[in-house]
Design a protein around this ligand. Structure first.
Ligand SMILES: NC(=O)c1ccc[n+]([C@@H]2O[C@H](COP(=O)([O-])OP(=O)(O)OC[C@H]3O[C@@H](n4cnc5c(N)ncnc54)[C@H](O)[C@@H]3O)[C@@H](O)[C@H]2O)c1
Length: 272
């Protein structure tokens, strides 16, 4: 095998030319869409919320396509991938799988198996469908890179059990896909954000009241929420040639949450 083979187009020193972003209409996906477009990449936004995706596409302007699609629907994602291939944009060589639903903090007794499936599908099935659809094309077409969205709740799930189970599965899926496609030049990594200031986090509770974010800020050693733009920078790094040796990892971007989990406060440190 010659030096550099199996690295794919991105591993040979190129940044993505065309990025598909599931959940690209809001929050972290939208922040990365702006980042990618600012870096000169074409952007394809795949989101349930068609009008919001269209509005962002108009804001970005050149080389941005908005497609309304449920990314848990394999046949629908296959159809949009074919549309993208016919769109005149460069072929998709990067994927960010950011679609996913929040889980309300609900007692297990009040959370049906259908509710459980809906949340799990929005994270796991959606990631698998998008990765399978676009990753297979990348593997056949010279390589690429993708980033899935895990979470600190992949490792410390707390009361949102479907969300936590889904995000744990995303870590596992990242490893399986990374090994499967490594020799074909497709790198697969995940980011595990801490609590990030997006519409998902700010979503009002079922009773219409806003969520008290002070407990999650207190659980974050940096004593703040992450910003979507900070997570977008980590995604940008993982998709870039600077990360050409990295595949199969889940990188926390969490203001220290994982480092502090289980911290035994001898002597009362750290002081707030
Ligand atoms: N915000 C946080 O604190 C945080 C922390 C860790 C991980 N994450 C993860 O990051 C990702 C992005 O979260 P966010 O905070 O930007 O959320 P967000 O709600 O702002 O954006 C999510 C987008 O996904 C879309 N979406 C949901 N299900 C979909 C489906 N089946 N098909 C197509 N589009 C769909 C929504 O319409 C929305 O536009 C999610 O996977 C989330 O679990 C978020």
């Amino acid at each position: 095998m010659s030096e550099g083979s199996g690295q794919g187009s991105l591993g040979r020193g190129n940044s993505p030319r065309c990025v598909a972003i599931t959940g690209g209409a809001s929050g972290i996906g939208a922040a990365y869409a702006r980042r990618a477009a600012a870096g000169g990449a074409a952007v394809v936004l795949l989101d349930l919320n068609g009008p919001a995706a269209q509005q962002l596409a108009e804001e970005i302007g050149k080389d941005c396509l908005a497609l309304e699609v449920d990314v848990t629907d394999e046949a629908a994602v296959e159809r949009v991938a074919a549309r993208v291939a016919d769109s005149g944009l460069p072929s998709v060589d990067a994927l960010v799988a950011s679609a996913g639903l929040a889980q309300p903090a609900t007692a297990i007794e009040d959370f049906s198996a259908d509710d459980f499936d809906r949340v799990l599908d929005s994270h796991v099935r959606s990631s698998y469908v998008a990765a399978r659809t676009f990753g297979s094309r990348m593997a056949a077409g010279g390589g690429g890179a993708m980033v899935l969205l895990a979470s600190v709740l992949s490792f410390r799930p707390g009361p949102v059990l479907a969300y936590g189970a889904g995000k744990a599965a995303v870590v596992s899926l990242t490893q399986s896909l990374a090994v499967h496609w490594a020799a074909k030049g497709v790198r697969v990594n995940a980011v595990a954000p801490g609590w990030t200031d997006t519409p998902l986090l700010r979503k009002p509770k079922a009773d219409g009241t806003t969520r008290d974010l002070s407990p999650v800020i207190a659980a974050t050693p940096q004593r703040r929420l992450m910003h979507a733009e900070e997570i977008a920078e980590v995604i940008h790094f993982l998709l870039s040639p600077s990360a050409s040796a990295i595949t199969g990892v889940t990188l926390p971007a969490d203001g220290g949450v994982m480092a502090a989990a289980g911290w035994v406060p001898y002597g009362g440190f750290p002081r707030a």
